[in-house]
Ligand binder design. Structure first.
Ligand code: NDP
Ligand code: 8X3
Length: 268
């Protein structure tokens, strides 16, 4: 490493202190871990999900961790009008959102497409795809107007790697992958950045939700292997957001070391 690179490396990382970060899906797993990571960096947090009790508990924790402010927003991302009105009602100190992390999402079951329930197709696509669009539609125009901001998607390896019984979930994450790429084109010429972090297996409530509360089946997903944690993903999100303003990390794919792909898993 040259001397000049060495001297400039660390001071180049911009401080995130005071930045306003909106995190969807913050009541659990990856979203909650991201909220904690940004709190430690002294950010101001807007945490959104449906479970208000969890969010209220989280905001106290975030303040204790160092967040300059933390507010809970109870909303279902499938309800575009509710999302718009919740974000419009934010206090003025939190209304100029610097970063959005789209972590709200879910999968339902592992049935073959032709044996699965179309009501679940709606639930997954309305949350994972249209929910992302609804939030982005509210915050992106103001970012473009300010010529600053960052949209971070939580995609999945499922967006590029098919697996049996994954049709709708994989399709939803493939949509996010393409949305991420198209947005980069739409935003060219602005200083607004867009990234996707695409994890493999992360042990959260994801599998419990996917298997509708069947904890034994959820636990079996990670049996004999070491999955990633929500904090591992939060670190990657923080890495994207904390690059110098002229650097856009487009995508990060991360697998558990015990995984070679979505379907190839080493179990000890
Ligand atoms: P969790 O189940 O732990 O968290 C999901 C979060 O999404 C919860 O906070 C939940 O909150 C929120 N959510 C779900 N539906 C809605 C909705 N309609 N409106 C608002 N919030 C909603 O799972 P993860 O943290 O693992 O998942 C986060 C994201 O990461 C998802 O998009 C998932 O697809 C993705 N991902 C997960 C991986 C994994 O292996 N765990 C791997 C790759 C990607 P509430 O129920 O309170 O509304
Ligand atoms: C969640 C991880 O491998 O079950 O995106 O699709 S996987």
């Amino acid at each position: 490493m040259s001397e000049s690179t060495n001297q400039t490396l660390f001071p180049r990382f911009p401080s995130l202190s005071g930045k306003v970060i909106l995190i969807t899906g913050a009541s659990s797993g990856i979203g909650a871990a991201c909220a904690r990571a940004f709190a430690v960096s002294g950010c101001r947090l807007v945490v959104l999900a449906r479970r208000t009790d969890r969010l209220t508990q989280l905001t106290s924790e975030l303040q204790a961790l160092g967040a300059q402010d933390a507010i809970a927003v109870s909303a279902d991302v499938r309800d575009a009008a509710a999302v718009r009105s919740a974000i419009a009602s934010l206090p003025s100190a939190l209304s100029a959102i610097d970063v959005v992390v789209h972590a709200a999402g879910l999968g339902r079951g592992r049935d073959k497409l032709f044996e699965s329930n179309p009501a679940e197709w709606d639930e997954v696509l309305d949350t994972n795809v249209k929910g992302v669009l609804s939030v982005t539609q509210v915050v992106l125009p103001q970012m473009v107007q300010r010529d600053a901001g960052h949209i971070v998607h939580i995609g999945s390896v499922a967006g590029s790697q098919p697996y049996p019984g994954g049709a709708i979930y994989c399709a939803s994450k493939a949509a996010i992958r393409m949305l991420n790429q198209c947005l980069k084109h739409d935003l060219l010429g602005t200083r607004v950045r867009v990234s996707t972090v695409d994890p493999g297996m992360v042990e959260t409530e994801f599998s419990v939700v996917r298997f509708r509360g069947d904890t034994a089946r959820a636990k079996a997903v990670y049996e004999g292997m070491t999955p990633m944690t929500a904090d591992d993903v939060a670190e990657a999100v923080l890495f994207c957001v904390s690059r110098p303003a002229h650097v856009n990390i487009s995508e990060i794919t991360m697998l558990a070391t015990d995984q070679a792909s979505a379907t190839t898993v080493h179990r000890r």
